[in-house]
Write a protein that binds this ligand. Structure first.
Ligand code: ADP
Ligand code: MG
Length: 238
């Protein structure tokens, strides 16, 4: 299970309102992509869903339960960041194990999950290395592996490919798509890249200045954009 409902979520930083009333429903197993220009509120919305940021008003429900006061670690969510956010002093294996150890997962179960994730993400040869000994693409696969071993209901990706070069970006994108097919997990993925959005999404949410302009499948947005903003954004890949 991993459904998500967002009800009239607003977020202000001081006097500046960056989310101006977001309503959204995500069904279990869906791949939803948030697109929109830099500064429109994509990361803030992800952080509110993850509980890393409190909303000013509105509700977030996961599998029907209001999680507005549930701490991040208890929401069943794993987040993957643009900057990987790995621990430099820990091996790949221990980077993946850390969260599970803290949650009290038995050692044998941690081993099993790391084995499965490292096969899935082709990380087996690197388990004893440290992040500095890996390429950018490998580091991002470790960050994804660390999310996978937690077996979350909901994966949140915040521009996970933007620090990679063009070839790696394509590879890693395909790996994320494959991961979604295998795990059948709910994934929410932020990007400002139209190609990523069009190829990965079941459903695209177009954000602009803290509001949703349109929600639809890639073909719906492409064929019937609600307004010029959506048409410009989806129709003109950079
Ligand atoms: P995006 O991810 O779409 O580029 P963000 O969600 O990061 O946009 O930011 C939306 C707006 O909120 C921006 O104007 C940004 O400067 C502002 N913002 C984000 N986080 C903070 C913060 N912690 N304090 C103040 N302003 C913030
Ligand atoms: Mg962002």
């Amino acid at each position: 299970m991993g459904s998500l409902k967002i009800e009239n979520v607003k977020k202000a930083f001081g006097p500046v309102e960056v989310l101006k009333g977001i309503d959204l429903q995500v069904t279990d197993g869906e791949f939803v992509v948030f697109v929109g220009p830099s500064g429109c509120g994509k990361s803030t919305l992800l952080r509110v869903i993850a509980g890393l940021e409190d909303s000013t008003s509105g509700r977030v429900l996961i599998d029907g339960a209001d999680v507005s006061v549930t701490p991040p670690a208890k929401r069943g969510i794993a987040m993957v960041f643009q900057t990987y956010a790995l621990y430099p002093h820990l091996t790949v294996k221990n980077n993946m194990a850390l969260g599970l150890k803290q949650a009290g997962t038995p050692a044998a179960e941690i081993e099993r999950r790391i084995k499965v994730a490292s096969v899935m993400l082709s990380l087996e040869p690197y388990l004893e290395r440290r992040p500095a000994e890996l390429s950018g693409g490998q580091r991002q696969r470790v960050a994804i592996g660390r999310a996978v071993v937690r077996e979350p209901k909901l994966f949140l990706f915040d521009e996970p490919l933007s620090n990679l070069d063009a070839a790696l970006r394509v590879n890693t994108r395909l790996e994320i798509a494959q991961l979604h097919r295998r795990l059948k997990a709910t994934m929410i993925y932020v990007t400002h890249d139209q190609v990523e959005a069009m190829t990965l999404a079941d459903k695209i949410v177009v954000l602009n200045a803290g509001r949703i302009e349109q929600i639809g499948s890639p073909m719906e947005l492409y064929n019937s954009p609600a307004n010029e903003f959506v048409a410009g954004f989806i129709g003109s890949p950079k």
